[in-house]
Design a protein around this ligand. Sequence first.
Ligand code: PLP
Length: 420
Amino acid sequence: MPMSDNFKKRLLPDLTDIVTHFGTPFHIYDEAGIIDTGIALKNAFSGIDGFMEYFAVKALPNPSILSIIQEMGFGFDCSSIPELVLSRQQGASGDKIIFTSNNTTDEDFTAALSDGGCILNLDDISLIPKLPVIPELICFRYNPGPRRTGNDIIGNPIEAKYGVSHDQILDAYRQMAELGSTRFGLHTMLASNELNYSYIVETTRMLLKLTQWLSAELNIRFEFINIGGGLGIPYRPEDSPLNLDEMSRQINTLFDDYRSRNEYAPKLFMESGRFMTGPHGALVTKAINRKDIYRKYVGVDACMSALMRPGMYGAYHHIDVLGKDPTKVPTEKVDVVGSLCENIDKFAVERDLPEIESDDILIIHDTGAHGHAMGFNYNAKMRPQELLLRQDGSVELIRREETMADYFSTLSFEKNILKK
Ligand SMILES: *Cc1c(COP(=O)(O)O)cnc(C)c1O
């Protein structure tokens, strides 16, 4: 069940006008859908005091989207200085930003801790002596190693470059407590696009258990656990959506048990990117060429600079052809391709689609997270514009398409030569 019926109802009647007005290709995002998902997430965890979603900025780093998310009361999960800047432009600071970096630089630390600061989530024990100041509140990213098997997409924890190992985690908190930190959180991120809610419940159970042990050993309390992102969305028609109700019911029970044993419970934080915005975006592109060799190809005016996931991960994105219902018109097996000189530049491979002619409009589903943001400029391909479908039905340009001038801008600099 990709792209929701509601998004289709809001988008499709006006799509021809939108295409005429803005031109193709573009990503278009659905404000109402993003808000509905935010409300669903809030409702699901309303039983847990202090529940907070920190939107993973990397999924869709556009200020107009971040502003919608900020207005819902959510925070931001950042892992670079520009992401911190984007979040602070929304007025977020302090406990509304989590900075989760890996292979952190001194500049990262300085930026994270200035301008109102953030919750610092340290990725390694060796970073402790590199901290420019000792924050009152500190969090570590935990890597359980062989204690958990990773899910298919993110890989096995023992092979992951992230987080503090089990053997080091007690020492990490002990060092920070001795240095003067007084408030603590615990984070992990083990799943990516996980549709099985039990995996996320298990992660919650693991973190709660770990805080109990750390609390007992060090006589400290944990203010929050952060179960990371990784909540999945159904990209394929046959995928069933994550069972949010059952997931939250079981997580609520874990927190109730914790509270009855300890007289308090930490808050629950998560940092979903894909789940918040993924289904609420679509890439709209126009068919420009057809080619019939060993296979049939439909060439469109977008390429992988607009959406890397199929090329990078072989990811499936559902495709509709505007005005052509595959159950009512003849279909054929085609590859849908861009113009980039890499054979992985394909939005679909051997996909049964309605017979496509030039100027047909293709709607590539579920591009609202890790879509535009992941795009690159290889082969001098430009990234497309981004549009926002507002709740009142108006459509707003929220990022223009890249131009050749943007591409050449890094070639304009002052002469700089190191002479022999
Ligand atoms: C990428 C990332 C996320 C978001 O992942 P989704 O799969 O989009 O939910 C959250 N936290 C961290 C640390 C990340 O790197």
